[in-house]
Unconditional design. Structure first.
Length: 118
């Protein structure tokens, strides 16, 4: 399965963006799907997760501002980002995880750039 993230861009602080992650195959078998981000000079960090059961987890820094969702019928995952701050800037990556044969299998998409101006 290949993942492709899109929807990034330049937005002013306080604005919104909606990121999308398109999968080339069915996402129904993934145990969880996540968004990560990486700011310049920093390590990649967790942003949000949605499990196959619909449970959602968020990094403290984005709670109340970001919403993760998935549409299994369309093989898509989304990240609605509201009240954006300059510190939200970075390259956003989508990830999908599947547990099979005793191992976790990770799939990564290419990133999409988010820039937030102050």
């Amino acid at each position: 399965v290949q993942l492709q993230a899109s929807g990034g861009g330049l937005v002013q602080a306080g604005g919104s963006l909606r990121l999308s992650c398109a999968a080339s195959g069915s996402i129904g078998s993934f145990n969880a799907m996540d968004w990560y981000r990486q700011a310049p000079g920093k390590q990649r960090e967790f942003v949000a997760e949605i499990t196959s059961g619909g449970s959602r987890n968020y990094a403290d820094s984005v709670k109340g501002r970001f919403t993760i969702s998935r549409d299994n019928a369309k093989n898509m995952m989304y990240l609605q980002m509201d009240s954006l701050r300059p510190e939200d800037r970075g390259v956003y990556y989508c990830n999908a995880r599947r547990y099979a044969a005793g191992l976790w299998h990770d799939y990564w998409g290419q990133g999409t750039q988010v820039t937030v101006s102050s």
